[in-house]
Design a protein around this ligand. Structure first.
Ligand code: GTP
Length: 239
């Protein structure tokens, strides 16, 4: 098996780590995801990971709470998830470095782009935690920003649906499934793939995004080896 990419950004949703529990961290689910990441790692590619925090806290779930406070709580939730992923990957002898966008040096290194690049070159998986460190930005935007900074070839956006549809396939059985989309399609059609800040950041920096389902964690390996799964979003207009 051969990898199609040299350096990838894997974006995992926090909910993915909860498995069927629906909340918190399900260790066997984390193990399955990390086993799949390890098989991709074993192909020799450089891997960065951004993980959400929705399994603990959704920054926008409370209308009463100050938005910044709610977002900071969400950033802390991503740190819990990053440490769980680090622990699981390290138990499989995969070298990992967690970097946090908000300094908490007792727990992990602070985010330093040049150090992150060095870790990647030395074949360490780098997990970026605490979002961008700023409220009002999502972890999708974090993935786009860090992908641009580390010059990743692609963002692998692992979701709870297997591709992008024009409406929710769980609600509408006739939902149209897309295999290719442009950034502008996503924006103009109002497709809920990533928030608009994240998608425009990808567009401006020509970073393709592959959206696929994480229900089968082996999809991570399929994505990395270039198998046709999910929906590819890029600047090409030739579906
Ligand atoms: P090289 O410089 O390539 O050798 O990278 P390295 O990460 O192995 O070296 P370093 O001495 O920077 O780090 C050794 C260990 O300490 C790694 O597990 C780092 O993640 C960790 N580490 C480095 N800086 C910090 C920090 O500021 N806070 C915490 N908590 N850990 C750190």
């Amino acid at each position: 098996m051969k990898a199609k990419y040299h350096r990838v950004m894997i974006k995992l949703s926090g909910e993915a780590l909860a498995g069927d529990d629906g909340f918190g961290i399900n260790s066997s689910t984390v193990k399955k995801i990390c086993t799949a990441i390890k098989s991709a790692y074993d192909l020799g590619i450089e891997i960065a990971v951004v993980v959400g925090g929705g399994n603990f806290w959704r920054g926008r779930q409370s209308n009463e709470m100050d938005k910044s406070t709610a977002d900071y709580m969400g950033m802390l939730a991503t740190v819990l998830n990053a440490l769980a992923l680090q622990d699981s990957l390290e138990s499989m002898d995969v070298p990992v470095r967690v970097q946090t966008a908000i300094e908490m040096r007792e727990i992990a290194e602070p985010y330093i782009k040049r150090k992150a690049m060095r870790h990647l070159e030395k074949k360490r998986i780098v997990i970026f935690a605490a979002g961008t460190g700023n409220p009002f930005f999502t972890t999708d935007t974090t993935a786009a920003l860090r992908a641009a900074e580390i010059d990743a070839d692609i963002i692998l956006l692992a979701k709870n649906v297997d591709a992008v549809y024009d409406s929710d396939p769980n609600v509408n059985p006739n939902a149209k499934r897309y295999s290719n989309l442009t950034y502008l399609d996503v924006i103009n059609k109002g497709l809920k793939v990533m928030d608009s800040t994240a998608i425009t950041l990808c567009m401006d920096n020509c970073i393709p995004i592959l959206v696929f389902g994480l229900k089968d964690p082996q999809n991570i390996l399929r994505a990395i080896t270039g198998e046709k799964i999910g929906t590819l979003i890029n600047g090409d207009d030739d579906e």
